[in-house]
Design a protein around this ligand. Sequence first.
Ligand code: PMP
Length: 415
Amino acid sequence: MSQQDLQKTGFHIEGIRKQFPVLRESAYGHPLAYFDNAATTQKPQVVIDAINLYYSTYNANIHRGVHYLSQKASQAYDNVRTGVATFINASSDKEIIFTRGTTESINLVASTFGKKFLKQGDEIIITAMEHHSNIVPWQIACESSGATLKVIPMNDSGELDLASLNSLITNRTKLISVVHTSNSLGTVNPIAELIRIAKQFNIPVMIDAAQAMVHEIIDVQKLDCDFLAFSGHKMLGPTGIGVLYGKSEWLEKLPPYQGGGEMISSVSFEKTTYNEIPFKFEAGTPNIAGVIGLGAAIDYINDLDRELIHQHEMALLKYATTQLKNIPGLRIIGESTNKEAVISFVIEGLNALDVGMYLDTKGIAVRTGHHCTEPVMARFGIPGTIRASFLFYNTTEEIDRLVKGIHEAKKLLGS
Ligand code: PMP
């Protein structure tokens, strides 16, 4: 669908852009073109206002105070837990644990599941396109338990070889942890199909949904995943807050992750008993402002026409892919038929960092490097890529500036 056709449907890009104050900024005298959304998204004014309102009118610690402010803050915090549960269709608020982000959510599961269920000779399966945060925690868990890590390979287009899953699964497979949407390739993995296969063998599945939440509607009950992790800052919310969803039957079985206040039922020097879920996993004063900001981000997303937003992002992906492919020497890394609006590319004879730095001087923000997916880079035999990742507030005019900037960089940097 063209931008004009989208306008006719009621999607008004200028109105949307006005809600994101950072998008009015300029960089080195140029209007900012922000294409680093896979690293973190910009925040709408409503999210900034919600955090501001908390700190300026009802800042208090939660759950242990009888006073007015504490009750107001506790209510706001608890409401967001309900909002998150509804957003991903969890069957209960108890299945929502607030963490620092996707990284901490995965570490929580790898550490506690590892302690309780992993033994010498057991196996964990991940994929060839995981972010380091869905590799290293499992390596640590394997190291301390004697389990081994197995990897589902991918093809040259950056698509998982799901057919190999059946041969990787054995009676020692204890869990499969897989990224929903690759941050460096854009690939959207066939998660539902993967879970269907895993369930035939009764193997629990964890989903890294860091890149999925803002783009896709996620229904954990429909997916039937056992754990799902995501970060607030990649879905219009603040940094330092994230979510671990876990089926309550799993969360009941797992030991605590950290010890401290809130996660206990009673403490004595002889014996400590733990709080019920989800509090068992939320030791210490949480990121209250972060939770409130995440709640505002979810409200904002819920108010969007998500189908239209997705169509716009797909139109941006298609437009940018066509334009970039016309540039001689440019090669796109990750050409799955099912992608989110992320384009990773290399340019023959040019260093990715040099290109990124040149684009920056024109106010165009891209990311360069391995994007915390070194095994993906190794699979494609490259040190890194230039990555442009789009969100619904991006425009085709901004993509035109990106394309122009790359042509200039090629001339200047000698490709
Ligand atoms: N998984 C994926 C696919 C990601 O893109 C990221 C962030 N780049 C993470 C995990 C880690 O997220 P966070 O840094 O917010 O914990």
